[in-house]
Design a protein around this ligand. Structure first.
Ligand code: GLU
Length: 554
């Protein structure tokens, strides 16, 4: 135990350059007017976890519905995890999802906006050191010179007698060292970390409040955790407390993985005599794997990474709708009756958020995405598909773009009618869908169409398509065309319809006849509505495809 004079002297030795107090530094920031201030605090690792996006949406939404302020802080104190483009990646992901940032690092010119910066932790060491110095002065933090093998030895001795592992209480030799020994070590240049002088007792329980889960009883922290690493850089536990305090955060809404640290965070706030902000921990996203639920894993699940969804062609709004449905149990029902209203018009509530885990299910996402796309106008759908293709399948985009008008008509087939088959689940479906329409992609399909087994022999197919080509008119309504098709079928001894097929012996059903034409036109046994397709292609192309098919058949 150091005397108050010794603690003050030690603080000056450890932080000779720090001359300001916490009060001095607090006074340099204007008081917050807003009563709801939140933030996201990503680390620039170049990886955006879908769970981080989920949490971002709820931060943004709750803040804006409470007329609050939402800011972005970059937590870059762990250089092992950082990538060079990490920050710009975060900014571009947020921009893509239309996340509006009120303060912090902003994408235009990567400059900062706001009165509470810098908003990047690596530029804030002076603040951490002011707070750390205060703790040393009060003997609430102390330098610890244990090296790795000494720490290991302590852990081994603890496990031998069944004690909780870690540096705490009597297991922390430097916690109770004399001033002389501590200062002698510092003078000889031995590296040290700064540890919290934790007041907690092993086995003690405390109450914490989580905005989503309510009041919880948890184990109190008893560990003298590291506040500043050997290089003077703060740990997350320490840095986020200094930052959230100075930046005026009122609500920390973060991932569930941090919930076990909440007693520790309360304790650090208490050591400064500061009231902590409100904390809410969003439920962990889980998936069902082999009948069991488990966390979405960065390593095993490609869908843990947000870029997976971009590449796969899920529309941004569908991803948002899906995540909002996971976040708030009332959202999905609301959305179905408010398809044209942005998600941000919905009022989210902590009370409707999942308390333990949320099932992340790609099939459900498909269904949300299908509903979203089926409500888009043809123009918007085409625009979204083109934008997706341009970025993720440029080769296909080039082909689509030279026949833009035709591509637009093709995707518009039957949309908005009772027969709208809700055919699109992802924007990437455009690639397969347009294959039979575009001349460049049809050229590939065409290569194999003569190998498709047809219901009648090739010599008859040739006659059928030659006759079809010479009498086809694209000037007919759908009904007129169908009547004409039936007559064409009858001409070659196919049944006009199923009743006729049962009544007399014909060489095939109407469906078989239509299949011959379909294969010639679409290059495949499956296609969008044949009448509509031929209308979109136009008579010249239809006749050309029929003629070429006749030549290909042996
Ligand atoms: N940098 C932390 C993370 O990415 C932030 C946690 C928090 O929101 O406080 O997990």
């Amino acid at each position: 135990m150091l005397s108050p004079e010794e603690s003050t002297e030690l603080a000056d030795i450890l932080f000779p350059k720090v001359t300001e107090s916490i009060t001095d530094i607090e006074a340099t920031f204007p008081p917050r007017i807003a009563s709801f201030v939140t933030r996201i605090a990503p680390s620039p690792t170049g990886f955006l976890h879908i769970g981080a996006l989920y949490m971002t949406l709820i931060n943004v939404q709750l803040t804006h519905q409470n007329n609050g302020v939402f800011f972005l802080r970059i937590e870059d104190t762990d250089d092992k995890r950082e990538t060079e483009t990490g920050v710009s990646d975060i900014l571009s992901w947020l921009a893509r999802f239309g996340v509006h940032i009120d303060e912090g690092a902003i994408w235009e010119n990567m400059t900062e906006i706001g009165n509470y910066g810098p908003y990047t932790q690596s530029k804030r060491s002076q603040y951490y050191h002011i707070f750390a110095k205060h703790l040393v002065q009060k003997w609430l933090a102390y330098p610890c010179f244990l090296n790795e093998s000494e720490t290991e030895e302590i852990r081994n001795s603890q496990s031998a007698i069944g004690k909780a592992p870690g540096i705490y209480g009597n297991y922390s030799p430097w916690r109770n060292e004399s001033f002389e020994n501590i200062t002698a070590r510092i003078a000889s240049g031995i590296p040290y970390v700064l540890r919290l002088h934790a007041p907690g007792i092993v086995g003690a329980r405390i109450h914490v409040v989580d905005e989503i889960r309510g009041k919880l009883e948890m184990d109190d922290n008893f560990l003298d955790i590291v506040l500043l690493k050997k290089n003077g850089i703060p740990t997350y536990h320490f840095a986020h407390i200094v930052d959230d305090h100075l930046m005026g955060t009122t609500h920390v809404i973060r991932a569930e993985e941090w919930l076990p640290s909440l007693p520790l965070h309360y304790q650090i706030f208490k050591s400064f005599g500061i009231t902590p902000p409100k904390y809410a921990h969003t439920a962990q996203l889980m998936k069902i794997d082999g009948g069991n639920k488990r966390k979405l894993s960065k390593r095993k699940d490609p869908e843990a990474n947000v870029t997976y969804f971009f590449e796969a062609g899920y529309p941004i709004n569908a991803i948002k709708n899906y995540l909002c449905g996971l976040l708030d149990s009332g959202f999905e029902e609301w959305k179905l009756t408010h398809m044209d209203t942005p998600y941000s018009d919905y009022t989210f509530d902590f009370a409707r958020m999942p308390k333990s885990w949320a099932l992340f299910d790609l099939k459900k996402l498909d269904s949300v995405s299908n509903i979203y796309l089926s409500h888009l106008s043809n123009t918007d759908l085409f625009e979204e598909m083109s934008t997706w293709a341009k970025e993720y399948n440029p080769e296909f985009y080039a082909k689509m773009n030279v026949q833009k008008e035709l591509a637009f008509k093709a995707i518009s087939i039957q949309r908005g009618t009772d027969r709208d088959p809700k055919k699109f689940t992802k924007l990437s479906d455009v690639v397969n869908y347009l294959k039979p329409f575009l001349k460049d992609t049809f050229a590939t399909l065409k290569q194999s169409r003569s190998e498709i087994v047809l219901p009648v022999e090739a010599s008859l197919v040739k006659k059928i398509i030659a006759d079809y080509a010479s009498s086809y008119s694209d000037n007919q309504s759908g009904d007129e065309w169908l009547t004409w098709m039936r007559e064409q079928a009858a001409k070659f001894q196919f049944a006009r319809d199923s009743a006729e097929f049962k009544a007399w012996g014909c060489i095939g059903k109407f469906w078989d006849f239509a299949m011959i034409i379909r294969v010639a036109i679409a290059g495949s046994t499956q296609s969008p509505d044949l009448y509509e397709m031929m209308q979109v292609l136009g008579k010249e192309e239809v006749v050309k495809r029929l003629g070429e098919f006749g030549v290909e058949l042996i």
